[in-house]
Design a protein around this ligand. Sequence first.
Ligand SMILES: CC(C)(COP(=O)(O)OP(=O)(O)OC[C@H]1O[C@@H](n2cnc3c(N)ncnc32)[C@H](O)[C@@H]1OP(=O)(O)O)[C@@H](O)C(=O)NCCC(=O)NCCS
Length: 285
Amino acid sequence: MEIRRAQPSDRKAVMALVAAVSEGDYIPYCWDDWVDDTATGISLVARLDHRLVGIAHVHFLSKRVAWFQALRVLPTARRMGVGKALSQACLDYSARAGRQVARLLIDIDNHASRSLTAQAGFSMIAEWLRLEKATGPVSAPDIEPPKQEQLPRLVELAQANGVNLWHTDWETYDLDVEALSISLRNGTLHVLADSPTATMLDISYDEEDEEYRAYNPVGEPMAVSQIVQAMESAAYERGLPRIAVLLAADSPHLPTLQQLGFEFAVINTGNGDSMIDGVTIWEYT
Ligand SMILES: CC(C)(COP(=O)(O)OP(=O)(O)OC[C@H]1O[C@@H](n2cnc3c(N)ncnc32)[C@H](O)[C@@H]1OP(=O)(O)O)[C@@H](O)C(=O)NCCC(=O)NCCS
């Protein structure tokens, strides 16, 4: 098996692979930028018997952390070690580039990927469960982006609440001023206008699911309740039918969200079984 940096000329085979794996994948929207970007990461392709059989992408979130994503193996080439080899190549590349931590996200019900990731030496560091709610007209306080100079106070707030990861732009950063600045630049970081350091929420719009989504609010229950209601109000005004919040399994904000009418999203896992939807975060150090 050959694993190498992806080239623009691989595009057609990569798109065919992605289409063969699943419908509606996000990778076609990012791939060209990833291949062009040789400064903050790498896209890899795996080839076997002159066929492109797998892809993976590494993005450096900081000097410390590398984020792995987009691991895909052609259905006809599975269980032949391609995923394992690509994961190892991502780890080798990140280590050579001086990153101390590799981190990635796996859907809670993706047993194949969880098993591969555990076998590669990663540990699960977080499990975030999905709560959702149909939107309605709610009265809520104003929200706005914080000022850059308020970010250190927001980092302190998170630390005081024991929250040390920040999920924005589909990636999970160490929660620090740099990560919040990325949220701020993306226009997704929000605080209460009249109490800007009481809570914060990264509110992203998911085009495919037509919803506003946020991860792990921090702060006192009252402030969290207000900012989540403001998120609902904004979603309702935009005509979005639903909002979702992903919460750490042991989050103290679960009762707050349930009082607001949020319910766990349940997914069918086949054979009549079901489980709470969510994501898991894994780290290799
Ligand atoms: C997950 C995926 C990348 C695995 O790729 P792969 O090349 O088949 O994996 P490998 O052959 O390297 O398997 C390595 C290990 O992963 C685990 N594994 C892989 N597929 C598995 C499956 N279907 N069920 C259970 N464990 C599985 C096993 O532990 C396996 O080791 P083993 O074969 O010695 O038992 C592939 O199934 C895939 O592309 N899935 C769809 C996309 C996806 O879910 N990507 C990951 C997003 S986070």
